[in-house]
Each structure stands twice: as C-alpha cells, then as structure tokens.
Design a protein around this ligand. Structure first.
Ligand code: ADE
Length: 245
C-alpha cells in the first residue's frame, strides 16, 4: 500500500518511522511519504492560510497550495485503474472505526490531507472528488488542533492490518472491536501478585471453559463500558447465559 500525508508540520509524522509501522516501511510492506504543504506554494512568504469570507475567528487554508499538493501526490497525469482515497481528518467527518480501518487496508493508495486552523477551503474538497474518493473522517467527538495526530492514529490502525505487518496475525482476531465486543482481560506470571490471583479458570488447562469465560468477560466489559456497542451486536454470538442479559 502507498500512503501520502500532506501537512504544514511534516515533523509531526516522525513517529511513523518507529516501531511496527517503521519496520513495515523498512520491509517494503508500506510505502509512506510525508509532504510539506508549503513546498507547493509559489509566493515568497509560502503562505497557506487567509481570513475567512463571511468573517469569524481564525484562518482558513487556501485552496491553491492544496490543489497543487494533491494533484502531485495523486499522480493526476497518470492513468489509474482506481482513484486513490483522500482522507480529510476533521471533527466534522464520518467516525473512523475498526471496520473502516479494515476497509481502507484494502486500498492501493491513501492520501491524508492534514488541515490546520479553521479548516481547508471547501472548494478543494469538491475539486478533489475529480481525482479521489474523498472521505472526511473523525477520530471522535472532540477537537484536535489539526489532522496530524488523527493521521498518526489512522495510519497505525490501518497499517497494522496489512499482510505481514503484525507478526502473529492471530493477535488481530481476538482484540477489541474485531468482532464487535471489547477485549477480555489478560494476565501473565506470577499467578499470585500482591494477594491478587489470576482467575482459576485460566490455570485449568480446559480450553473450552477458558474460551467461554473470555467470551463472558468480553460481554460484561462491553455492557459496562460501551453499552452502545451491544445495540448492533448479534446476541447469537454470545454464550447462552449472556444472550438475554
Ligand atoms: N481534526 C481536529 N479534530 C479532529 C478529530 N476529532 N478527528 C479527526 N481530525 C480532527
């Protein structure tokens, strides 16, 4: 997969050189490029923002540097079988979820446009639809100072789903949100620590019982912490005792 990120703070994306994603890049599993939006300006001050039409607080990102940057990363002159997906992080976007991470992990090219200030001139988003499938996306219902931190989160969530990135693909199966429930609690040695014991079932060696216990814990946790997830969860996937609770 190819990923392009456009930002006025390319250094913000430096953590994508570390850990699992950094290794995936070194191993050639992920071809990731970060671009400085100011490199696509033509004026001597390399300006990327201006005051908003209609008044109001803050500044708005100018259309032309964005169009130049996006046309360049989209390879606008090359013939492509599928349009790249342009993700515009914004608190006004569609909610980014694990299901979307899976969907986006299937794409050939993703482009992330990191807005700052009050956002990007809306005409860029309209124009970009000629070259991209445009998807404004939000991490959650809170406001960040810009898209960069959201991109770090989304690239990590998507990148770890690419084949070969996570060493043991089974670890992707039993984690929170993989099947609509939160993950069960986990324990390691010692079995007794500061007078706290590991649940006995986990020491029993009975794999059926352990699986049942874990499923029940997933359900209980989800009911306690994220009851909203149970509204769309298929109760038929639960142990019988949990189905009507
Ligand atoms: N930019 C600012 N706030 C954001 C959010 N909540 N999600 C994605 N991008 C953002």
């Amino acid at each position: 997969m190819r990923i392009d990120v456009v930002s006025i703070f390319p250094e913000y994306l430096a953590p994508l050189e570390l850990s699992l994603i950094g290794k995936a890049r070194q191993d050639g599993l992920l071809d990731l490029h970060v671009h400085d939006l100011r490199g696509f300006t033509t004026d001597k001050h390399r300006s990327v923002d201006d005051t908003p039409y209609g008044g109001g607080a803050g500044m708005v990102m100018k259309a032309e540097p964005w169009a130049q940057a996006l046309a360049s990363v989209a390879g606008a002159d090359e013939a492509k079988a599928t349009k790249p997906v342009l993700i515009v992080p914004s608190p006004a976007g569609e909610r980014f979820t694990q299901a979307l991470a899976h969907e986006l992990a299937e794409e050939e090219q993703l482009v992330f446009a990191c807005g700052r200030y009050e956002g990007i001139d809306e005409r860029v988003i309209e124009w970009a639809a000629e070259h991209f499938t445009v998807r404004p996306m939000s991490l959650g219902d809170y406001v960040l100072n810009g898209g960069e931190v959201a991109v770090l989160a989304m690239v990590e969530a998507i990148g770890r789903l690419l084949p070969g990135v996570v060493g043991n693909p089974e670890s992707l199966v039993e984690e929170s949100h993989s099947d609509g429930l939160l993950e069960y609690p986990v324990y390691t040695k010692p079995s007794s620590w500061r007078d706290r014991e590991v649940p006995a079932v986990l020491l029993s060696g009975n794999h059926g019982k352990i699986a049942q216990w874990r499923r029940h814990q997933q359900y209980q946790r989800t009911a306690e912490r994220r009851p909203d997830l149970l509204e769309t969860f298929d109760a038929g996937k639960l142990p019988r005792a949990d189905r009507t609770a």
